[in-house]
Design a protein around this ligand. Structure first.
Ligand code: SF4
Length: 446
């Protein structure tokens, strides 16, 4: 058997794609390698979101050059850096055999065969989305208790800071039946929770079994009927696509977890307009109010960018005010950094680094305080936890609450793969300590 090592960078969609690549290559004889030095094929499944992403990949390829000379391993670069850089990768790093974009990785077996037969390099950065999902294996390997499922890919929004529309292509939704079939297979293989993935998952517009175009809400109602599927989540969403129907689903579906990641990026209308976000701060606040009316115990998380070109002290103060008013259980925040080829990278009024640093520090302190406050408010409560894997200590199990908080419990190993009622005993910075309680004990709403 040949050995495959996949190094995955970035988001959950890349985690999903890496798992699909491993499934795709298993029938042609590739099993998992523990390290790059054991591998016959090394795939870097890359992400282009962070600063200097391409340069980091070139450094990694530099390290792999010697390894390739020693072991003869084949090297492939996949994902968004592959899409953005294309044949520049082969020009700068000729040790790379294959460059394959996120929409064409289903062609890996063919590209590997071509290189093995004829040598040279192979490049495929096309966007044959329809073909990709049809060509991917149906998936019969065991699933974890919490699994990901791609429902939608790509983006038509063109936020001025973001490369996704260029690397992942325009919005595309898989059909309802295709998603339902994958969901049923995952549940049959042990999944109790599914997270539907998409760069703009709530922009989902998939072909329904009735020939109509279905929304994400309709898809969620359908998936909620799958027996054995206890939890549903979806990420990442855009405020523009939070429809009334989707908000209502949060009130109707007990399977839909009370946790919503809804990136806002800034609390200033001027900055949101410059970002081309297509919504205002007031729109965002209205959505939050409506979601909270539909599901009062919902916890919100968000993404923020500070120091976007032209952001003034006053703009930043408005972001802080929005955070204070809304209250988030968890968030991601970054300093703006240029992405080559995006409109904001060429903007004249770039914010000085020390200003960005100071703003990020201030924002992160507030977000951390809110997260701690939220976690502390859970102390003593009874919740249902999905135990996903063993902990470091014997008998320990690690799981997640409905709000996505990580928990650990002693003597809970027999419950891995299932949902059990627990009491939150202690709150630590990165995990909650919980103990098992009788199934009949009442869950206290948050
Ligand atoms: S909505 Fe904006 S931030 Fe999100 S993927 Fe599309 S362009 Fe990027």
């Amino acid at each position: 058997m040949k050995k495959l090592f996949i190094k995955t960078y970035g988001c959950q969609m890349n985690v999903y794609d890496s798992a699909r690549m491993a499934e795709l290559l298993a029938p042609i004889g590739y099993g998992a390698a523990d390290t790059t030095s054991d591998a016959d094929l090394i795939i870097l499944n890359t992400c282009h979101i962070r600063e200097k992403a391409a340069e980091k990949i070139y450094s990694e390829l530099g390290r792999l050059k010697q390894l390739k000379e020693d072991t003869g391993a084949m090297i492939a670069v996949a994902g968004c850096v592959a899409q953005a850089e294309g044949d520049e990768i082969i020009a700068r790093a000729p040790q790379v055999d294959i460059v394959v974009g996120p929409q064409s990785y289903h062609r890996l077996p063919e590209l590997i065969a071509r290189i093995s037969r004829a040598g040279g390099h192979a490049l495929d950065t096309n966007f044959p989305m329809l073909e990709k999902f049809d060509a991917l294996p149906k998936g019969d390997s065991p699933s974890g208790a919490a699994a990901f499922l791609t429902a939608q890919e790509g983006c038509d929004k063109f936020c001025t800071f973001c490369v996704v529309p260029y690397t992942r292509g325009s919005e595309y939704s898989r059909s309802v039946l295709q998603i339902e079939d994958e969901a049923r297979r995952l549940v049959a293989r042990g999944a109790r929770e599914l997270t539907l993935l998409g760069q703009n998952v709530n922009a989902y517009r998939g072909l329904g079994p009735d020939g109509e175009t279905w929304s994400l809400a309709r898809l969620l109602y359908r998936l909620a009927e799958i027996s054995g599927l206890a939890r549903l989540r979806y990420t990442t969403s855009h405020p523009r696509d939070m429809s009334d129907e989707l908000i209502a689903a949060h009130g109707d579906l007990s399977q839909l977890m009370p946790n919503l990641h809804l990136p806002v990026q800034s609390g200033s209308d001027g900055v949101l307009a410059a970002m081309n976000r297509g919504h205002t701060v007031a729109d965002y606040r209205r959505i939050v109010d409506r979601v909270r009316r539909a599901r009062p115990d919902i916890a919100l998380s968000s993404d923020f960018i500070v120091g976007f070109p032209g952001e003034t002290d006053q703009d930043f103060a408005q972001t802080m005010a929005l955070v204070r008013d809304v209250g988030f259980s968890q968030s991601y925040s970054f300093k703006y950094s240029k992405r080559p080829g995006t409109p904001a990278a060429a903007a004249r009024k770039q914010v000085a680094e020390p200003v960005k640093d100071a703003r990020l520090q201030e924002l992160q302190a507030l977000l951390l305080a809110q997260r701690n406050e939220f976690d502390q408010s859970c102390a003593g409560r009874v919740m249902d936890v999905l135990f996903e894997r063993p902990g470091r200590k014997k008998g320990q199990a690690i799981g997640r609450t409905p709000y996505l908080q990580s928990v650990h419990a002693e003597n809970a190993a027999p419950f891995i793969g299932d949902i059990h009622r627990v009491r939150i005993d202690a709150v630590f910075p990165n995990s909650l300590k919980v103990s098992l309680v009788a199934a009949g004990e009442k869950v206290l709403a948050h």
